[in-house]
Design a protein around this ligand. Structure first.
Ligand code: GUN
Length: 291
């Protein structure tokens, strides 16, 4: 079994971007500028947004965090989005999800200008992705694609099973893996909560991508020997033996499954860092297209 090291791969990509930024700046261009909007105090969202902002600083991007209170109204948030759409100093921005219940995610996503939508969530960008046209690809699935590419994992003609049909991960993941591209060209099954015989379906998978949001859901009896296993889940569970009182686990039972598969992403240090690398790549593209 070989680990798909997302932490190292993400740092490689960040170093490559950092070199590109140096030459942009040397030519008198402003560095890429990413704005992250966070509404409320969800602990996990704060951690993710801070990691995104920190990564920008590390590679010489400009980054701005707009932290709004949890009682921000939908109208107020739409105003912030309008001003970011119109602000020429901003190359791309994201609104971290999930939003508080009184705000409808899709209204916010629709309001973001597609050419600044570095999350790739706007329907126009989702449509372009589905058609195989150049666009901003959503960060987590594209991070997985980049990991498969850099580890030269063959995907053409393989059976890929994606578990979970969220619009942020599972659905775009299934589209990207079936597109006529490399990585891609896979025969994809998108499994979800209503899927029957999930265990049988998973056992057919040469590549198993798990984004179901249930801790250690996938056990070794669901995995084909030598499969490639991508774990998108991340959960904090209490662990009194740890200094901070918790540890992170994924949607895959790593200790069991790692003994059976050919490649696996660890949690932490697998898909998570790749999501950040992917967002930075999109921001760099947004900046290039503006200049
Ligand atoms: N919440 C979980 N993943 C993401 C992501 O990739 N982008 C945003 N904006 N919110 C998220």
């Amino acid at each position: 079994m070989e680990l798909l090291d997302g932490k190292k791969t993400s740092l490689d990509i960040q170093n490559e971007l950092s070199e590109k930024v140096k030459s942009l700046v040397a030519n008198g261009t402003n560095p890429p500028h990413l704005v992250a909007v966070l509404v409320g105090d969800d602990g996990a969202s704060r951690t993710y947004v801070n990691a995104k902002v920190k990564a920008c600083e590390r590679i010489g991007f400009k980054s701005t965090l707009h932290h709004l209170s949890s009682d921000t109204s939908e109208i107020e948030l739409l105003k912030v989005i309008k001003s970011l759409n119109e602000d020429h100093s901003v190359d791309g921005f994201i609104v971290q999800l999930p939003l508080p219940n009184h705000i409808e995610d899709h209204k916010i996503t629709l309001a973001i200008s597609p050419n600044k939508d570095v999350d790739g969530f706007h329907p126009e960008n989702v449509g372009k992705m589905a058609l195989g046209l150049p666009t901003f690809l959503p960060a987590t699935p594209n991070g997985v694609m980049e990991l498969l590419k850099r580890y030269e994992i063959p995907t053409e003609g393989k059976n890929t099973v994606v578990i979970g049909r969220s619009s942020i991960v599972g659905t775009p993941m299934s589209i990207l893996m079936s597109r006529k591209s490399n990585p891609g060209n896979s025969t994809v099954t998108l499994a979800h909560s209503r899927t029957k015989n999930l265990e049988q379906i998973c056992k057919q998978a040469d590549i198993l991508i798990v984004a179901i949001g249930i801790p250690e859901f996938v056990t070794s009896d669901m995995v084909k020997p030598n499969a490639v296993v991508i774990d998108v889940g991340i959960h904090r569970i209490e662990d009194t033996s740890k200094k901070n009182g918790f540890r992170l686990i994924g949607d895959v039972n790593f200790s069991e499954v790692s003994k059976k598969c050919s490649y696996i992403t660890p949690v932490p240090g697998g898909v998570g860092p790749m999501t950040i690398a992917s967002l930075l790549m999109n921001t760099y593209i947004a900046c290039n297209e503006r200049n």
